[in-house]
Design a protein around this ligand. Structure first.
Ligand code: SF4
Length: 195
């Protein structure tokens, strides 16, 4: 896939997700710092053409603000740039079709750390992990500091920030939000330690 310009990106028809989208949601935010990568645009993102503006995005916004980063201090992208119908998970061929755009984003943004928001993003960025996603996130955080890398950039995985995921507890009673906040703190620390 050839990725050339913003105009190309805004009119991409490389996969079936182009058929139902309202707008392509392009990456935005400052370069060279923390880049949050989610699964896909949702309804509000699709309508506005802006990433992470729905409830899940606002939850992430609040989590990062709690750790000292306002919205203008972190960047946003997704593993696919167009909204899947009915918010279904992106299919493998759609993720593959959008891979060139994601790699172009990473080359242009040159983040110091990637925050992988939710399992779909983590599957794309750290495909070697196996087993339970939340177990993997907790283990990586407990290991404290040797994150997987994608394209030479450290990847910190975290739970999805949709209310359904963010407000639940693990079987042992641990709030998933607490694991998410631990991941966000770790990612912010990595971003700032590299300055
Ligand atoms: S999801 Fe990605 S590859 Fe598919 S049409 Fe949208 S921009 Fe193009």
């Amino acid at each position: 896939m050839e990725c050339l310009s913003t105009a190309d990106a805004a009119t991409c028809t490389a996969c079936r997700l182009s058929q139902n989208r309202t707008r392509v949601v392009l990456p935005d935010g400052p370069r060279g710092g923390l880049l949050a990568i989610g699964e896909a645009p949702g309804r509000q993102e699709d309508a506005q053409g802006v990433g992470f503006v729905g409830i899940a995005g606002r939850n992430l916004d609040a989590a990062l603000a709690d750790c000292g980063l306002s919205r203008d201090q972190w960047a946003r992208s997704n593993i696919v740039r167009c909204r899947p119908p009915d918010n279904r998970k992106p299919r493998a061929d759609e993720v593959s079709a959008c891979a060139g755009w994601l790699d172009q984003t990473l080359q242009a943004w040159r983040p110091r750390v990637i925050l992988a928001v939710g399992q779909s993003a983590a599957e794309r960025l750290m495909p070697a992990w196996q087993g339970s996603y939340l177990d993997t996130v907790a283990r990586l955080l407990a290991d404290d500091g040797v994150p997987p890398v994608y394209g030479g950039v450290p990847v910190v995985p975290m739970p999805h920030t949709s209310p359904l995921a963010w407000n639940r507890r693990r079987p042992d009673g641990t709030p998933i939000r607490d694991i998410g906040m631990q991941a966000v703190r770790h990612a912010v620390a990595l971003a700032q330690s590299a300055t």
